[in-house]
Write a protein that binds this ligand. Structure first.
Ligand code: PEP
Ligand code: MG
Length: 325
């Protein structure tokens, strides 16, 4: 199997009916970087910067942060990298940060909420990213954005750091794109506004599922209770892809569903053209899409959602389609 996938490394990711799919990988540590080469991925669609913080015994210094980001940018060469700013809190605890007692940590003080309340921390990270990508292209995205205003405030922090660095004579990135993760359902109802201020959106399907269905993703009793291939989630995804396509806002899915072949088939059918996933998923997803008629599966899903968008899973129908084609 692995060997068969290895052979696909240099095969362009194009569906049978000609849709070009951008397959990128999710990473978070230096050890992940060789996968860029061995999978033939088109870039890093999600670099989880919190991992460096989580494995460290103390807060990584600005220099240490910059060193990691520089190494990532260097390894990627001409390929794009999307760095996600610190996504801590919830289930991701830093041992050296004072623990806050929270009744519902997943709904608590986390991710961009911490970043905006402790701008010193976020600005240090942004500065390290800007320096690491000096003269090159850089993409930064913010986790757990719930309102457009949060994104605008984070963007203002980036602007401030750019001015600060320029004033001190540092060359800035040659190109800078800022994006929001779409993983809090409230953003589904601000799509027009967020697409106007953000350069790109990246769907965090793990958290979007958690918050859409109110199921703790870490709680085995409920985590798999609802299917992402059921009406509510597929309709949410359809809404995003339809609205984003009408604007210049780039769109990626970087949650786990993009790395599962049947789910990836549904995403491509709905119109997604960029997926970021664990390195081991690239081969299986590419093998699937090379045999896929995207328009056909798209029509099937849209018909089904039109007919009955209730809680029923489309998994059996999609599995049948996959088998027949
Ligand atoms: C997600 O929520 O889907 C996501 C990509 O982020 P994480 O899994 O790191 O929360
Ligand atoms: Mg998330």
């Amino acid at each position: 199997r692995q060997e068969q996938y290895l052979k696909l490394r240099d095969v362009p990711a194009v569906t049978k009916d000609g849709a070009k799919i951008n397959l990128q990988l999710n990473a978070g540590l230096l050890v992940d970087l060789p996968h860029l080469d061995d999978t033939g991925a088109c870039g890093i669609g999600l670099f989880r910067t919190e991992l460096q913080f989580m494995i460290s015994e103390r807060m990584p210094t600005a220099t240490e942060q910059q060193a990691l980001y520089s190494a990532v940018v260097a390894a990627a060469g001409d390929l794009p990298v999307t760095f996600r700013t610190l996504d801590i809190g919830g289930d991701k605890i830093l041992p050296y940060m004072q623990a806050v007692e929270e009744e519902n940590p997943a709904l608590g003080w986390r991710a961009i909420r911490i970043g905006l309340d402790r701008p010193g921390l976020l600005r240090m990270q942004i500065r390290a990213l800007l320096k690491a990508a000096s003269g090159r292209a850089l993409k930064i995205m913010f986790p757990m954005v719930a309102t457009c205003d949060e994104f605008v405030r984070a963007k203002a922090l980036v602007e401030r750091e750019k001015v600060h660095l320029s004033r001190h004579g540092y060359p800035l990135p040659a190109d800078l794109k800022l994006g929001a993760m779409l993983e809090v359902p409230s953003l589904l109802f601000q799509l027009k506004e967020i697409c106007t201020v953000a350069d790109f959106l990246s769907i965090g399907s793990n958290d979007l599922m958690q918050f859409l269905f109110a199921i703790d993703r870490e709680n085995r009793r409920v985590a798999d209770r609802f299917d992402p291939l059921s009406g509510p989630m597929l309709r949410a995804l359809q809404r995003v892809v339809d609205k984003a396509s009408a604007t210049d806002c780039e769109l990626t899915v970087c949650g786990e569903i993009g790395g599962r072949p049947l789910e990836a088939m549904a995403l491509i059918g709905l119109g997604f053209r960029s997926l970021s996933m664990a390195p081991t998923s690239i081969g299986p997803v590419k093998a699937m899409l090379l045999a896929l008629d995207a328009d056909r599966v798209g029509a099937l899903i849209r018909d089904e959602l039109e007919r009955d968008g209730g809680g029923d899973s489309l998994r059996p129908i999609l599995a049948r389609f996959a088998k027949q084609h």
